[in-house]
Every structure is written in structure tokens, then in C-alpha cells.
Design a protein around this ligand. Structure first.
Ligand code: DC
Length: 230
């Protein structure tokens, strides 16, 4: 791939799926393997939630929230995320922040305010991105679209293990309920709902290791890439 591609020729791998499905881990590994850029779109919604909470904004004031989203002062540097110059990598990962992000993500004004910011991540030699509407709305001409999922029970167990490893106390029943509620809200909102688009490949990781899931994505990408080159 050269550096002179038109923006819409730059390959995008769009990985969408429900929360705690492991799509972030897989997307990051694939991006590293291919030397592509990486966009965690959920982090943007979480950042809007964090900034909203910090500024004690009224969560019914959709125009104000859209302003917050449009003017976010964010820097993604290696694996660290800065908001207004402060490292907030861990702050945005709390359950509270995820829940507020999911509520705010249902507002069309906020989604609209984040659209261009997300598209700017499409830089040579390519982009791997994960979220809920990466293949359906933000990058509809992505070269490869994947719907990555796992059972809610397995996702709750994985999240529980992750939190434990970080020394954070968690209750698996509460986590499962949070995941189910979030699935319900993300899937049933009227704008850009979480759903497998007809042109997305299904990757169910319930009984796959991280490495097997990564290989499946790379294998699909290589198949497509091989076809383009002939
Ligand atoms: O992927 P995540 O759990 O970090 O995302 C947090 C919330 O943000 C999620 O519940 C729904 C929302 N989101 C979205 O609506 N669209 C995206 N592309 C990414 C995330």
C-alpha cells in the first residue's frame, strides 16, 4: 500500500459487536500485526461521558452535550488516552462511565458530532476500528466488516477476570446484568443500533482463544487482499 491513496481507498477493517466481546483486544492485535492505525470508537463515547460528568452538564441538554462531543480535547498516544492533557485511560473504563456512554450514545446529536472525528482516523496504510456502527455508518465501504460477539455469560466472566486482575472488586451477577442491559439499550436505540449488517462476517468467540479470533480476522483480510491484487 502506498501513501498516496484517496481517503476512501485506504483499507478499513471494521469490527463491531456488543460490550465486553473482546473486539478491542482483537482489533488492537490485528492493527499491530498489519501495521495499521487503530481507533477505539467506544473510547470517544466514554470520553464524552467522562467530560459530561466532570462538567456536571445536564444530560437532557442534547445541544450542550453535542458541543462537548465536538470540542473534546483528546489525544490518543500509544495506548494512553489524554483528555484536556490528563491521562484518563483508566477513568473511562469504569462501569459507570460505560453506562453513561451507552445512554449518551443514543442521542443523534452526539453521534453526529463524533462522525468526522472518527473518519479522520482513516490514514495510510490502513485502519482497524471497533465499535457498534463502524461498518454500518462510519465506514460503510470498509474492506472487511466483522460482527464479533460471544455469549453474555462468557463476556461477564471475561470482564470479571479483567477487573480482578486489576485488583478491582466485582460481582459477576451484577456484571452480567449490566452487560444484558447495555446490549438491550445499544441494540434497540433508533439511531445506529448495534446489529450485524448483512455484509458483515460473524465471529463468535464464545469458544475461541484470543489468538484464534485474531487469526480468523487476519485470514479473512488476507483472502480479500489476495483477491484485490489479482
Ligand atoms: O465499546 P465500549 O463498551 O467501550 O462502548 C461504550 C458505549 O459507547 C457503548 O455502550 C455504546 C457506545 N458506542 C456506540 O454507541 N457506538 C460506537 N461506535 C462505540 C460505542
Amino acid at each position: 500500500m502506498n501513501d498516496y491513496l484517496q481517503a476512501d481507498e485506504i483499507p478499513v477493517i471494521a469490527i463491531d459487536g456488543p460490550s465486553a466481546s473482546g473486539k478491542g483486544t482483537i482489533a488492537q492485535l490485528v492493527a499491530k500485526k498489519l501495521g495499521f492505525h487503530y481507533l477505539d470508537s467506544g473510547a470517544l463515547y466514554r470520553l464524552v461521558a467522562l467530560k459530561t460528568a466532570q462538567s456536571q452538564a445536564d444530560i437532557e441538554d442534547k445541544d450542550l452535550l453535542a458541543d462537548i462531543a465536538r470540542n473534546l480535547n483528546v489525544l490518543f498516544k500509544n495506548e494512553v488516552i489524554y483528555l484536556d492533557g490528563k491521562n484518563v485511560t483508566d477513568d473511562i473504563r469504569t462501569e459507570e462511565c460505560g453506562i453513561l456512554a451507552s445512554q449518551l450514545a443514543a442521542y443523534p446529536q452526539i453521534r453526529e458530532a463524533l462522525t468526522e472525528r472518527q473518519r479522520k482516523f482513516r490514514q495510510p496504510p490502513g485502519l482497524v476500528t471497533d465499535g457498534r456502527d463502524m461498518g454500518s455508518v462510519i465506514f460503510p465501504n470498509a474492506i472487511l466488516k466483522i460482527f464479533l460477539t460471544a455469549s453474555a455469560e462468557i463476556r461477564a466472566q471475561r470482564r470479571y477476570k479483567q477487573l480482578k486482575e486489576k485488583g478491582i472488586n466485582a460481582n459477576i451477577i451484577d456484571l452480567l446484568q449490566d452487560i444484558q442491559k447495555r446490549d438491550e439499550r445499544d441494540s434497540n436505540r433508533s439511531i445506529a443500533p448495534l446489529q450485524q449488517s448483512t455484509d458483515a462476517k460473524l465471529l463468535d468467540t464464545t469458544s475461541l482463544t484470543i489468538s484464534q479470533a485474531q487469526d480468523a480476522v487476519l485470514c479473512w483480510y488476507n483472502e480479500i487482499f489476495a483477491k484485490i491484487r489479482v
